[in-house]
Design a binder for this molecule. Sequence first.
Ligand SMILES: *[C@@H]1O[C@H](CO)[C@@H](O)[C@H](O)[C@H]1NC(C)=O
Ligand SMILES: *[C@@H]1O[C@H](CO)[C@@H](O)[C@H](O)[C@H]1NC(C)=O
Ligand SMILES: *[C@@H]1O[C@H](CO)[C@@H](O)[C@H](O)[C@H]1NC(C)=O
Ligand SMILES: *[C@@H]1O[C@H](CO)[C@@H](O)[C@H](O)[C@H]1NC(C)=O
Length: 455
Amino acid sequence: MMWKLRALGALVLSAHSATAVELTLGNDASVKSAASTIAFGLMSYYTGNRTGDTPGNLPDPYFWWETGAMFGTMIDYWKLTGDTSYNEATKQALVHQAGDNRDFLPRNQSRTSGNDDQGFWAMAAMSAAENQFPDPPADEPQWLALAQAAFNQWARLWDEEVLCGGGLRWQINVFNVGYNYKNSISNGCFFNIAARLARFTGNQTYADWATKIFAWQESVGLITPNYDVYDGVTINREDGNCRETDQIQWSYNHGIYLHGAAVMYDVSGRDSLWKQRVDGILGSTINMFYNGTVMVEKFCEEPGFCDIDQRSFKGYLTRWMAGTTQMAPHTFDVIHPLLESSAEAAAKACTGSPAADFNGIPGTACGFKWTTGGFDGMVGVGEQMNALGAVMYTMINKVAQPLTSDTGGTSRGNPDAGLNIPESSPITLGERVAAGFLTTAVAFSVIGGSVFVML
Ligand SMILES: *[C@@H]1O[C@H](CO)[C@@H](O)[C@H](O)[C@H]1NC(C)=O
Ligand SMILES: *[C@@H]1O[C@H](CO)[C@@H](O)[C@H](O)[C@H]1NC(C)=O
Ligand SMILES: *[C@@H]1O[C@H](CO)[C@@H](O)[C@H](O)[C@H]1NC(C)=O
Ligand SMILES: *[C@@H]1O[C@H](CO)[C@@H](O)[C@H](O)[C@H]1NC(C)=O
């Protein structure tokens, strides 16, 4: 009996190691193969291209913005690995969710979209333009114009009145919770896109906006002199000032400003102030979001209360750290080893089986924590996307720089995109009520006094 059990054990072990994600860093074939396995697991969550489903939607419990973030990741996946398997689904989703006005504010999502939700889709379109992702036919929305549409709308929403001296609100609609909140991620999307549009088009207006947005973030204390990045400020109902700062720090806020600052460093011809900002944010990022050499979502990972959205943030920090090495090459020697150590740790967390709701290859589901040397049992789009980013961005130095219109980027733009929106039918009372319920439910899930759920 004894020998039989042992033999069985050996069999299970070898089956296990045959399906775990093998990764040899520095070996492109190995990295691509690992990325391919994880990407397959990620895209197995996506049902939007099935007959009867809506392109660009992930099933519950994922919010709409996360699909935009996922397709942004898939554009980079294609760029880094050359694997075109998901390009059709990606293009279909982006074009469909551009919506009637070609601005990533489709009516179906109007009850819940904030500026940041729109932002993650717009950043995916920007990546498509920069990486020469196949252009849609001429009568369909174009990548560059989509990013410009979001930019133009944000510039119009920028609050120059007494209210905190500027800044974008979190929400677009007055009836959504979060309308009185100006947050780093919404302004970060604006900053990041402005910087990248400046670089892509050479139009100084975008660069001026990027400078202004960063200065505003500093002026209200959302970016501190130590380059910490706080979550947001609430507009005081009495005097319209911004004093109540939510000081919680999320990895994606650091990442989005780090990368935007690096793009501005490039755009400005390596200006020393932008270098100081890049180096400052990078330093605070490493202090805050690394456990030794492995990335952690500082505030919620260890205690174990990260929500669905927050479980995807490490993936964006990874994306933007990698992008930073392209724009500010002096950061490569600091960032690349951190990308590699996290990749190694993340791959070890991709051994999940069985894992509920995971439809990828059994034994390759990725967990959330990378510090444990194994699988922690948490799976989902965020976990899978984080691990994909961790692995694939180690190849960032093997691919070409993001393009500009001068270096081969062909995506067609429109400086006035997004501004000629027909007076659409007003949001109905029913929609207002539904939105009220939705945001109330979300507000109740707030932890630690922080409004952090992105709508
Ligand atoms: C949906 O996209 C996947 C790739 O993610 C592809 O394998 C599948 O065939 C597509 N399904 C349809 C119905 O187009
Ligand atoms: C809006 O919802 C309808 C009904 O589900 C769907 O047919 C349509 O494709 C959706 N539009 C977008 C842009 O998601
Ligand atoms: C770092 O990881 C170790 C191992 O999982 C854990 O015990 C420790 O609490 C972590 N520290 C932080 C700051 O996350
Ligand atoms: C530069 O961008 C601004 C802001 O969108 C726009 O108004 C202006 O027309 C652009 N200039 C050119 C030459 O495209």
